[in-house]
Design a protein around this ligand. Structure first.
Ligand SMILES: *Cc1c(COP(=O)(O)O)cnc(C)c1O
Length: 354
């Protein structure tokens, strides 16, 4: 019996994607070979890579707008230093909204001057700072559109004169935005796109080539771009599975269609968190993430019961991150609303029987 998978990442993927990916490991499209034993230079894999890149741009509405999609390795965590290497000449501006942006700042400081334009560390990152100014000589502004651990999400993407860079690991492809606002957008695959092992980097080509220092090849977006993400051996399984998820999303009606579903799930979840006297939401209401709902159970003595009721209902992965405590229900694209309903029913039952 498949569990209701609220894991924050790696996380749930669509069933049909999982099945097709598993089949391809045995044999890729009747080729007599496994996906993971063919050359990445084979026509079959080049097709997969090109299709994955094209689908990513198409879904984001960026086809023909000067952007390249790259499938790289090293996780979103490697992009913290890579984005700085590719852009940081004068100084990098950072909006600090959580653990991941704190890490991005730490990495960029290795390379040069960093300005933290605002931070919500004063309130354990339970809100998104909105009033801040970006130094005019900053090379870029780095934001984190969705804060996976704290359950906050930037609703209004800032307008800035400098290059906007975003770590969108946990909400890419989940909601419509004007993606042409971004100079660089990156996301580890394992939250809304595929298995761990690849990171999507979407880069507007005109932002590259402006720094005077040299860039290590593996961190140089221009090199990866000129080689079609095949400067070195790409993570073939992760790229293939990501391609399948992007196809699944396209067939569903794209980001517009999934956003409707994601909003319905979030409304159901937060509706219960607010209604149920036993639970309390962690993030500021206006900044609540549609992907990761963070909440606490006020009465310590009920925790064990809630835990066992969730286990009985086959609910998996709702323990909060250690820096927040409580619970976190991650509701990525592939999570059906029926899973959210199951969790909500358990919360209601806990209240009824408390
Ligand atoms: C998970 C996550 C990361 C880390 O991704 P890795 O691929 O493990 O390096 C970075 N940023 C955000 C917003 C995340 O959710």
């Amino acid at each position: 019996m498949k569990k209701h998978n609220f894991s924050a990442g790696p996380c749930i993927l669509p069933d049909e994607v999982m099945q097709q990916a598993a089949r391809a490991v045995e044999e890729l499209d009747g080729s007599g070979l496994s996906l993971i034993e063919i050359s990445h230079r084979s026509a079959a894999f080049i097709d997969i890579m090109e299709n994955a890149c094209a689908l990513a741009l198409e879904l984001l509405g960026l086809t023909g707008k000067g952007y390249k999609a790259l499938f790289l390795q090293g996780g979103a965590s490697s992009q913290f230093i890579a984005t700085a290497y590719n852009l940081l000449e004068n100084k990098g501006a950072y909006l600090n909204t959580g653990t991941w942006s704190t890490k991005a700042i730490k990495e960029a400081k290795i390379l040069g001057e960093v300005v933290e334009v605002a931070s919500s560390a004063d309130a354990n990152f339970n809100y998104i700072p909105k009033e801040y100014s970006v130094p005019t000589d900053a090379d870029y502004l780095h934001i984190t559109t969705n804060n996976t651990i704290f359950g906050t999400q930037i609703k209004n993407i800032p307008d800035t004169d400098t290059v906007l860079v975003s770590d969108s690991s946990s909400d890419i492809f989940s909601r419509e935005l004007d993606f042409s606002k971004f100079g660089i957008l990156y996301a580890g695959a394992q939250k809304n796109m595929g298995p761990a092992g690849t990171t999507l980097v979407v880069v507007r080509e005109d932002v590259l080539g402006k720094v005077t220092h040299s860039i290590p090849s593996m961190l140089d977006y221009a090199i990866h771009s000129s080689k079609g993400s095949m400067f070195n051996t790409p993570p073939v399984f992760a790229v293939y599975t990501s391609m399948l998820t992007l196809e699944w999303l396209k067939n569903l009606g794209g980001i517009k269609a999934i956003e409707v579903k994601n909003n319905a799930k979030a409304d159901l979840m937060y509706g219960e968190i607010d209604r149920n006297s036993l639970f309390k939401g962690f993030a500021a209401q206006e900044d609540r993430s549609t992907m990761n709902a963070t909440f606490t159970l006020e009465e310590a003595k009920l925790k064990e019961r809630f835990y066992s009721m969730c286990a009985d209902a086959l609910i998996n992965g709702i323990n909060g991150h250690r820096s927040v405590g409580g619970y976190r229900a991650s509701m990525y694209n592939a999570l059906p609303i029926a899973s959210v309903q199951t969790l909500v029913d358990v919360m209601k039952e806990l209240e009824r029987t408390a």
